[in-house]
Design a protein around this ligand. Sequence first.
Ligand SMILES: Cc1cc2nc3c(=O)[nH]c(=O)nc-3n(C[C@H](O)[C@H](O)[C@H](O)COP(=O)(O)OP(=O)(O)OC[C@H]3O[C@@H](n4cnc5c(N)ncnc54)[C@H](O)[C@@H]3O)c2cc1C
Length: 443
Amino acid sequence: MAPAASFDVVVLGAGAAGLMAGAELARSGASVLLLEARARAGGRIWTRREPGLAVPVELGAEFIHGHAVITRNLLAAAGATVVDAADLHLTVHQGELERRPDLFPRLRQALAAAGSVLAQHDMSFDEFLERHLAATLSADERQRARRMAEGFDAADTAHASARAIVEEWLGDVLGTGPQSRPRDGYAALIEALLASFDPAARPGGAHGLHLESVVREVRWSPRSVALAGERAGAPFEFRARCALVTLPLGVLKAQPAAVRFTPPLEAKRSALEGLAAGPVIKVLLRFRTEFWECLHAGRYAGASFLHSPHSGIPTFWTPAPEHAPLLVAWAGGPRVPRLAAGHPPEDLARLAVESLQTLFGSGVDVAAQLEGWYYHDWQRDPFARGAYSYVALGGSAARAALAQPLEDTLFFAGEATDTGGEAGTVTGALQSGLRAAREVLAS
Ligand SMILES: Cc1cc2nc3c(=O)[nH]c(=O)nc-3n(C[C@H](O)[C@H](O)[C@H](O)COP(=O)(O)OP(=O)(O)OC[C@H]3O[C@@H](n4cnc5c(N)ncnc54)[C@H](O)[C@@H]3O)c2cc1C
């Protein structure tokens, strides 16, 4: 067998973090190889463009949360248009969809006032709500706060760190900044980063991206790494001075191990225990027309989010201000395993349609409007094993600990390692990739 090819750095994974890190390393002149298990780059960013549909089908990430400077700058450099999402939330109340007072500003105030207790002593989000917010928020408001943590953070509030949720909700991601979308989808960002790996664009550059290359084993000692796995069924081995690991949290936590590290990552054990890979269900329902825009004399036209807290699927959103016959059905947190367990995707699509029917009432036959649906099971996906990470109780230091390099040889990036308040997002992934690439270069 020929000796294994050798690089300065091998990056595991070509999602947002891996591509960002790879681009930065390639720019500095390092020889860098990206190994990606899937047949496509992008990871949990997966845009499909469907004929006849004016908006992209985003199976994974869709929104740009807050100011997200790195993300917006990359999209601008790629010439992509960013559109602010509409901000009209409607909620089912006594059988009617209506605008309800926005809880979030009040919630932020209450969290800011009570949150100082968490500096000394963290607790679960449930305990925090019941012990410290019962006087300021009604039972209904506390329940809505819980649902928000499930929906936005994909968190199980009985085990999630209140400190982490409060910090996040008082920060930029969910705060007062805009919520936007890349109009033609996040793929533009991935395509722009991928251009750095086009050998034609950098003649002589010793870097590359191998798709369909599943890493199974990482043997490492100070300043030396051997990576083994298989590419389209055939074994491979590469050597490098160091490896930059961007594997999703769910993959790093998998038991039995999905990627075997020798010696094992003992130093990461408590960091991995302090973080959880949150589950979500996202079903994109495609209809014949944007029928909801005409219901009730146009009362729902321009609505962005539709909430039906007591339905099987509690949250929907429209493409507003864009017009397209696509509604996204969304559920996150502990209800996801219950909804998804043993059910084929068709059942989830059916449940989404039933939930929409209760939301819109008897004025329309939602099922008769349905043309098709799109879905990806991120929990069962062996290269994701969850949607995105949240901090479990006791895990306040876990993101920073997971990000720490080992022996100047293994470096870590990925959304779960972001400590800039944007973990769980594309922005967090990009930031972490840049941070880890700079750590490699500094070493
Ligand atoms: C349904 C859904 C909706 C979301 N919505 C939003 C949103 O609206 N806004 C937002 O900002 N974020 C959103 N996110 C989160 C966002 O997608 C992620 O935070 C971000 O894309 C993670 O990037 P990453 O590079 O850290 O990980 P990934 O994108 O997962 O990249 C890791 C890569 O490693 C590869 N890999 C795994 N195992 C191996 C192996 N053994 N060998 C080689 N390669 C391997 C994977 O295939 C993957 O490409 C959403 C996520 C999901 C699932």
